[in-house]
Design a protein around this ligand. Structure first.
Ligand SMILES: [Fe+2]
Length: 380
């Protein structure tokens, strides 16, 4: 038995942000949750223009850091309560998105974040209407029923269908100023979602269709978006891939790569996309014996002219990912981030215990995690 559920209305294409005006009006008090970078680059201004035209009143909370913590949620929630917020706009990458998703629900459900985290209590009430405007193409958070907030150095997921935004506006015009490095790591996050979803235990024909198309689009356009940031067509393809991959992974599940990235971002503050980018080929190598045929498809989707099947094809896929890392000027290891070697077995145990490890096609053991972390964190 499989199912697929996506109630979020999606708007794609240049200028898609303007559709937001159809969802908020003079009766609304809108809290825009974003980060300082988006204020400085003028992207917030583009959303404020749309809001001004709608007649809504709004306030901006822009103090979301990357890898947000529980304290940020509390602070944003207090601001939203004080403003008597009737709708929330999430503007940015995964971090403002996660904070906004949780704030919209806590506004109506009450209580504190920690009561709902991990296997905490469910959100009984729908949140205030939430609208997502992604400005990176990677997290896919606009179509996922999960929010990740760090609490005492541990990345904790919250799962609820109620976290899905009412509508998302995927506008490549908001992405043209994204620096090459951010384009690279967020794009690799999207690729990791698609590849992990494709082989995940929860995969089904619908998620496979979304994941394979995401991989194809990224293989075709991610290098171009990285190299020529203002190419709107390339930006649009990568943005579409990110949303497709987000929906695929949300419903099929993730795997060992995201499980390993968890403690690395939680303890060392390594950007989520960078951790995934570096870990992806190692995770694929670990899983290869379990699902060679699915990886063999990844090789051709990434543009490799290959007739190889089985493990030879899967090896081609790993080579294609490493070549992509090189072209995007990303490192093959994270040795620069290692603080102390004793962290490796601890991170390995944490990764193996993560909820998302359960959908990996091959059981995720602490020993397997430790072996990969040694390759990634120790030089040579
Ligand atoms: Fe991710």
């Amino acid at each position: 038995m499989t199912s697929f559920y996506l109630p979020t209305r999606l708007y794609f294409g240049a200028g898609a942000r303007k559709e937001l005006a159809g969802f908020v009006g003079a009766q609304d008090r809108v809290m825009v949750i974003t980060d300082e970078g988006l204020v400085k680059t003028g992207i917030l201004g583009k959303i404020e223009e749309v809001l001004a035209g709608s007649g809504a009143r709004w306030e901006v909370f822009s103090r979301v850091p990357s890898n947000p913590r529980a304290a940020t949620v509390e602070e944003a929630l207090e601001a939203a309560r004080g403003f008597e917020t009737t709708a929330v706009i999430a503007l940015g990458g995964g971090s403002p998105m996660d904070v906004a998703k949780v704030v919209a629900l806590l506004l109506t459900n009450g209580g504190r974040l920690e009561e709902y985290q991990w296997e905490g209590k469910p959100f009984a009430e729908p949140g205030v209407p939430l609208y997502a405007v992604p400005t990176t193409a990677g997290t896919g958070s606009e179509v996922t029923q999960v929010a990740v907030i760090i609490d005492r150095n541990t990345k904790k997921g919250i799962n609820s269908e109620r976290l899905l935004p009412r509508a998302a506006f995927i506008d490549p015009e908001l992405m043209v100023t994204l620096p090459p490095f951010v384009t690279a790591i967020t794009g690799m996050d999207a690729l990791t979602h698609a590849v992990e979803a494709l082989v995940a235990r929860g995969s089904n024909p619908v998620t496979d269709a979304w994941a394979t198309e995401a991989i194809r689009l990224l293989g075709q356009s991610l290098r171009r978006a990285f190299a020529v940031g203002d190419d709107l067509k390339a930006r649009e393809s990568v943005a579409l891939a990110s949303t497709l991959a987000g929906a695929a992974m949300d419903q099929a599940g993730l795997g060992i790569v995201h499980a390993l990235a968890g403690p690395l971002s939680g303890h060392y503050d390594i950007p989520h996309g960078l951790a995934n980018a570096v870990l992806l080929p190692w995770g694929m190598e670990y899983n290869m014996v379990a699902v060679p045929e699915k990886y063999a498809r990844v090789a051709s989707l990434l543009g490799r002219k290959t007739a190889e099947t089985g493990r030879a094809g899967a090896r081609e896929a790993v080579a294609a990912v490493r070549e992509l890392l090189e072209d995007l000027e990303l490192p093959w290891d994270l040795a620069a981030y290692l603080q102390q070697e004793e962290d490796i077995p601890r991170f390995a145990r944490e990764a193996a215990a993560m909820f998302i490890a359960r959908t990996n096609p091959r059981p995720v053991t602490p020993a397997a995690c430790e072996a990969i972390l040694q390759k990634v964190l120790l030089k040579g």
